[in-house]
Write a protein that binds this ligand. Structure first.
Ligand code: SF4
Length: 369
């Protein structure tokens, strides 16, 4: 796109036809999803938060369970944070759950329990950024804001042949300008969901299904005959670092020790088997002994290796090596963690664990059977 006339963006008749084709397809083929049918702002907001970094198929059962447990914003605001985290267990990116809970309390205290209906007011809620505020304002309240998630960016890059990485500043500006002009004003909720769904089901990253695409006649990439999966362009990123991590399942008589991660940090508020990152020149067993002293100020004797688990986070990945260990002296203190407990195995279900630690528990249960 440049300053020359664009055959779609600068042509009112083409714009009208494009919107009609997209909306017509969506209204006929849209997936039945619980939060869409209600348009209840609480449901829309919750679904948008859960869908950040998570696929629809993975998120749906969590959404249903969450709504059953916390059927209203008031119920969510009233809950303990530990209960909210427990319902989020396994979904990852736990700051989403903590922000959702804080936001529910703010909505009850400052907005009389009703979700604000403007983008500006929505943005003042914890965990609601540029994308989520536009999505909730348009889907729940039909406010005229375009959304740009990964699916929409891919569709627009192909539709208009945008040869700039949409995650760069210039690429984003270019797409935002185009998205504003394409938007079906007055029907922004359906229009945004239609574009998201088109990107999720038809204009997919690999092998887009152009032959059945409702907007193919408006698509410049399709008209050019080039392979659409070439776009969007991606600038090279530095590879993610990978860390070796040791964790201890530490026994004292018939109880084992669990520690709670500090509230402000990554996976904050969740429980785990304590441990940490291996330092250069250190064995995993030495690493675990050192980490327990730094985190809880007591001594252990490291026993057998239990399981190793690979896990990828947004900015790095780890291999977590879990070891059995026994208490060897000292009084545990929460030095580098928020809290700690000795629990019998049956009590593990009462705490919310990060995904890697849940896998350690599954492994332990298989061994105990
Ligand atoms: S025609 Fe193909 S490339 Fe163009 S929007 Fe449709 S699926 Fe995507």
């Amino acid at each position: 796109m440049g300053h020359e006339q664009d055959p779609l963006l600068d042509n009112p008749a083409a714009l009208t036809a494009f919107r009609a084709a997209l909306l017509g397809w969506y209204r006929k083929h849209r997936r039945p999803l619980a939060w869409r049918d209600s348009r209840d702002p609480y449901h829309v907001w919750l679904s948008e938060i859960m869908l950040q970094q998570t696929r629809v198929e993975q998120m749906e059962p969590y959404y249903s369970r969450f709504i059953r447990r916390f059927p209203s914003i008031a119920a969510l605001a009233d809950a303990d944070e530990s209960d909210v985290l427990k319902m989020w267990e396994g979904l990852g990116y736990y700051s989403r759950a903590r922000n959702l809970h804080r936001a529910a309390r703010l909505i009850v205290n400052r907005h009389g329990g009703r979700i604000p209906d403007t983008r500006e007011a929505l943005r003042n809620l914890p965990g609601v950024g540029e994308y989520t505020s536009a999505a909730v304002a348009s889907i729940a309240f039909d406010r005229d804001h375009p959304v740009l998630d990964g699916n929409v960016m891919r569709v627009l890059c192909r539709l208009l042949v945008v040869e700039t990485d949409p995650r760069s500043g210039a690429g984003r500006q270019c797409l935002l300008g185009a998205a504003e002009r394409l938007l079906a004003r007055g029907q922004a909720g359906d229009y945004n969901q239609a574009l998201m769904e088109l990107g999720g089901r038809i204009c997919t990253p690999r092998r887009p299904r152009c032959a059945v695409c409702p907007v193919a006649t408006h698509c410049r990439m399709y008209a050019s005959g080039a392979d659409p999966s070439r776009l969007p362009l991606k600038s090279r990123r530095a590879p993610k670092p990978h860390y070796q991590v040791a964790a201890g399942v530490i026994w004292r008589d018939d109880k084992l020790l669990i520690a709670q991660r500090p509230a402000g940090g990554m996976l904050g508020g969740l429980w785990e088997f304590p441990g940490g990152k291996q330092e250069p020149g250190e064995s995993l067993q030495e690493c675990l002994v050192r980490e327990i002293v730094e985190e809880l100020d007591f001594s252990i004797i490291v026993g057998e290796h239990l399981i190793s688990i690979d896990h990828s986070y947004t900015h790095f990945s780890i291999t977590l090596h879990a070891f059995s260990a026994t208490y060897a002296g000292g009084a545990p203190r929460a030095v580098g963690c928020a809290d700690w407990r000795w629990v019998v195995p049956a009590e593990l279900d009462h705490y919310a664990f990060a995904r890697t630690d849940s896998r350690i528990i599954e492994h332990l249960r298989r061994c105990w059977e």
